[in-house]
Design a protein. Structure first.
Lengths: 414, 414
């Protein structure tokens, strides 16, 4: 099945917002064999919205829109679509009740403009939005199929997953699908990884392979195009296995699984607890681990020792050690890991100290110098890494590299 | 001047690539008063390209395309445009010579398909590409104006800056510009904010206002369209002042400035230091503050007290207090803030304890219940907030709300 995407919002045309919804929708629909054949972005202007949706329906017969469903006065797409389907807007008591309920839970009072959010074109199917105030709408009739979703990314994503994809799956049963599988690697540069993978493209054909470098490492995405589901899945499984084998220790997971999740799972399996002492990452390591629901049985907590005095007070680092070697040094990283492990009685602990920049570097310790230590039941290993680019990148990579070293330690690889 | 953007490339519709070109082009053109009024993405398909460009020219008379200029067989947009302008493709010796020169420098041999990159529609102006192999093209004639740029981001950017913008400036001499200004608000829902702003749209006309809700709050972007630069700036300044006045305490900054930056600046001005004790946010509060370069003179550090024992060991919270009231409670939030302030000798400190979910909630304390305390030189205030949606959202909003309370406390608003 083919569909066109119409994204609505003046701000999308101004260039101050990068539209990530489009890519996300394309991926989610691709998985169920629905292909986006054209994409149009129009401003919050009734004429432009009507024109774009009408032309798309004439070409393709199916349209997904995002945006224009909020309570503020620049949101007008619902009116335009009601007009196009010749279906007057009607007040929906069920939506209104759930809106009121939501407001009660938030301890807020609805305002007049919220009432318009409970209006739906007659005959439209309401896609309930438990993540925000504007429900999605599914309109089917003479003009074709129009699916309307809010533009707020989290609401769009949730409605797509819970309401749209299941309905599309029902319609598309039996056709060929577009499916992908992703093997995640870290702590290896893209070019080195490509060398290790060698002639993998030939081996996995007709599947295609994409390298997707990011802050967490390089994701390897293999895609099957328009195959019957069983064939696609079998080929993807074989390709993923081949990728993991060639990437070796650097392949840590598949799909959306994060290295933090892998670390927590491996520690949990061995009944080990983790603590952290962070300086340059300022809490980011703990934040990454505690992003994972249920992390509390493994991660005990940690200290953010940004000031030197905090390193001594909270992690028991001797002031003389800092005076002698500097805050960014192997002895201090080690002392931080050991100190926090002892304070919290943790089996494992990390110590991270570095220069995140943009200032504070020297010839000997340039910006991006990070010492990271991993304590493991009485033994501590430390290593210096040199990271690059922005402060945010240096911090994110320091966390990811520490997670990688901790993981290798847990599974016995380091 | 109005223009439409047509981006060409099957990969853009698959969703594995987020198209950042569009936003970049909109910003670059906006500065010289050229407004993108519609954006269309089509696959590498001659019919779709022709159809999209023809419709755009009929509507707007001016089109900028990206993509479809490379040497591979799926790149066909040049042929389509030559056909549309009734201008046969002709081999251009100058382009070919510079291509050969480039290959020599890269120590590579051109392949047969590279010859097609030296072909240009008769009468087109060549926009030389020193950053890649495909030159841009500028076609003007009966159908209107078409500017063709390569899709590779760095080549697109360089051609835009060095070839396109100067030519557009020449055409538009004396005409208006598009400029924006953003007022950032937090801790107020979009609909409540809209009510407070009331008839602001009328007051700021002809400027337009967009509500941009996100995890940090609602950004208010006001835009001046096609005014002379001085007039645009004066009106934007007045509009921003009006927005800030009506949004009241909820308006914390303009542009890209984060609330963490505001908090650090206000604390620094008063020579106050900050510490943090975090439970459900797991280090995210510290991470947000230390995202800001130079935060070390204000932020001393903190403790991540994920396990109950860590709350006692690191923040000095009496175990009896946790046993009596539970870890997510006002007394524990207060004790965390006071405890970390005393350990680190900080003037200000926050204590954050809550249920980030998805599990762990109860009828009395549902998922999203967060107690946050702000300690300020001997005095502590605490409040309970109820947050919603995903774990990531609850954590991010808990941090933002805490920053807001801390900021209000620092500037004397709470």
């Amino acid at each position: 099945m083919n569909i066109e995407l119409v994204t609505i919002g003046t701000e999308l045309l101004l260039g101050f917002t990068v539209d990530t919804n489009g890519a996300e929708i394309a991926r989610a629909l691709g998985v169920v064999g629905v292909r986006i054949v054209r994409r149009t972005s129009v401003p919050d202007d009734g004429g432009a919205i009507r024109d774009a949706v009408t032309a798309a329906l004439a070409r393709t017969g199916a349209v997904l829109t995002t945006g224009g469903l909020g309570p503020t006065r620049d949101d007008i797409s619902k009116k335009v679509l009601a007009d196009l389907y010749d279906a007057p807007l009607e007040f929906d008591e069920t939506i209104w009740a759930s809106l009121l309920d939501r407001f009660r839970r938030l301890n807020r009072a609805p305002v007049a403009s919220n009432r318009s959010q409970a209006e739906v074109p007659r005959g439209a199917t309401v896609l309930p939005n438990r993540w925000g105030t504007a429900p999605g709408l599914w309109l089917e009739g003479a003009p074709g199929l129009v699916i309307m979703l809010p533009g707020v990314p989290v609401e769009m994503r949730m409605l797509l997953e819970h309401e749209v994809v299941p309905r599309l799956l029902e319609r598309a049963a039996g056709a060929g699908v577009i499916r992908s599988r992703t093997v995640r690697t870290t702590a290896v540069p893209e070019s080195t990884l490509a060398e290790r993978l060698g002639d993998i493209d030939d081996r996995i054909a007709p599947l295609s392979l994409a390298y997707l470098p990011g802050l967490d490492g390089v994701d390897l995405r293999v895609t099957a195009w328009n195959l019957v589901p069983e064939d696609a899945d079998a080929r993807l499984a074989a390709a993923a296995a081949a990728l993991r084998e060639r990437a070796g220790a650097h392949a840590y997971a598949e799909g959306d699984t994060t290295l933090a999740e892998v670390v927590l799972a491996e520690a949990r399996r061995r009944q080990l607890t983790i603590a952290a002492a962070e300086s340059c990452t300022g809490g980011l390591f703990g934040a990454r681990l505690t992003d994972v629901p249920g992390s509390s049985d493994v991660f005990l907590g940690g200290v953010v020792t940004y000031a030197d005095a905090a390193k001594s007070e909270l992690a028991g680092v001797a002031p003389a050690l800092i005076a002698e070697h500097g805050a960014v040094s192997e002895p201090v990283a080690r002392a931080m890991a050991v100190g926090v492990a002892q304070r919290l009685g943790a089996d494992l602990a990390v110590g991270i100290t570095g220069i995140a920049g943009p200032s504070g570097g020297s010839a000997e310790k340039p910006v991006g110098t990070v010492w990271l230590a991993v304590y493991d039941r009485g033994e501590t290993v430390a290593r210096r890494v040199q990271l690059f680019n922005t402060r945010a990148e240096i911090r994110a990579r320091a966390v990811q590299t520490t997670l990688f070293r901790l993981w290798q330690r847990i599974i016995g690889g380091a």
